[in-house]
Design a protein. Structure first.
Length: 259
C-alpha cells in the first residue's frame, strides 16, 4: 500500500532547476532536495552558483551546477548533457529563471523586449523541448513546472512602473503550460505552472521599495510571499502526490488575485 510519505518521495529522481542559485529557484530546489531528488542547478553567475552548490552538498545532497544563460540558445543542450551524464535522466524540470524590464510601453526599448522574451519564454521553450526529446518522452514520464507569475494572469497597476514584456511573456508561459499538458499527456508527462505573487527578491526589490505597503494592503493574508511558501506547491507538482494534476496554474499570492 502506498503511503502518503511515499507519494511525496523523490528519491532517485533528477530535477533541473533554472535560476536555482538564489531566490524562488533555490527555495524550490531545497524542497526537492530534501525529499530526495538529485539536483542540477542552472544559473548565470558562477560564483553565486558555486556557493549554493557547496551549501547544498554540505547537507549530503547530490547536486551539480551548470553555468548557463537561458537567453542564449547554444547553452541549452549543455544543461541536459550534464544532467544525463551525472544522473542518467531528467524526471523533473523547473523553469524558474526569469528577467524583467521596467519602462513605459510607448518608450520600451526593443533590446529590453528581446531580452525578456529570450529569457522568460524562448529559453524555457527550448530547454523543455530538449528535456522532453532526450529524457522524458523516451522514459515515458516526467513533470515540468513552469514558474509563471500573477502578472501573467492580470494587468499591471498603472501606478507601478510598466513591465509589458514581463506580463506578456508570463502570459505566454501560462498558455504554453496548458498546450504542452495537452500535447504530452499521452507521454505521461505532466506540465503545470506556479504563479507567484510578490516575494522579496532581487527582481522585485525596486517595486517593493515603492509599493510594498499597498501590495500587502491588497493581499487578504496581509503579507508578501515568504522563504518557504513555494516549497509545498513545488513538491506537490513534482511528485506522485500531484500525479493527476496537469495543465494547472497554481497561484501562490496570499489571495491577492481574488480581490
Amino acid at each position: 500500500m502506498t503511503t502518503l510519505a511515499g507519494l511525496f518521495d523523490l528519491t532517485g529522481k533528477t530535477a533541473i532547476v533554472t535560476g536555482g542559485s538564489r531566490g524562488l529557484g533555490l527555495q524550490v530546489a531545497m524542497a526537492l532536495g530534501e525529499y530526495g531528488a538529485n539536483l542540477v542547478l542552472v544559473a548565470r553567475k558562477a560564483a553565486e552558483l558555486e556557493a549554493t552548490v557547496a551549501e547544498l552538498r554540505a547537507r549530503g545532497w547530490p547536486v551539480e551546477g551548470v553555468v548557463a544563460d537561458l537567453a542564449k540558445p547554444d547553452t541549452i543542450a549543455g544543461i541536459v548533457d550534464r544532467a544525463l551524464d551525472m544522473f542518467g535522466g531528467v524526471d523533473i524540470l523547473v523553469n524558474n529563471a526569469g528577467a524583467t524590464w521596467g519602462a513605459p510601453t510607448e518608450s520600451h526599448p526593443i533590446d529590453g523586449w528581446n531580452k525578456v522574451v529570450a529569457t522568460n519564454l524562448t529559453g524555457p521553450f527550448l530547454l523543455t523541448q530538449e528535456v522532453a526529446r532526450r529524457a522524458m518522452i523516451p522514459a515515458g514520464r516526467g513533470s515540468v513546472i513552469n514558474v509563471a507569475s500573477v502578472e501573467g494572469l492580470q494587468a499591471h497597476h498603472p501606478d507601478m512602473t510598466a513591465t509589458i514584456g514581463y506580463n506578456a511573456t508570463k502570459g505566454g508561459v501560462i498558455n504554453m503550460t496548458r498546450a504542452l499538458a495537452a500535447e504530452w499527456g499521452p507521454h505521461n508527462i505532466r506540465v503545470n505552472a506556479i504563479a507567484p505573487g510578490y516575494f522579496p527578491s532581487k527582481m522585485t526589490a525596486a517595486t517593493l521599495d515603492a509599493h510594498e505597503a499597498h501590495l500587502v494592503g491588497q493581499t487578504p493574508l496581509g503579507k508578501l510571499g515568504g522563504p518557504t511558501d513555494l516549497m509545498g506547491p513545488a513538491l506537490l507538482l513534482a511528485s506522485d502526490a500531484g500525479g493527476h494534476m496537469s495543465g494547472q496554474i497554481l497561484v501562490v499570492d496570499g489571495g491577492a488575485i481574488v480581490i
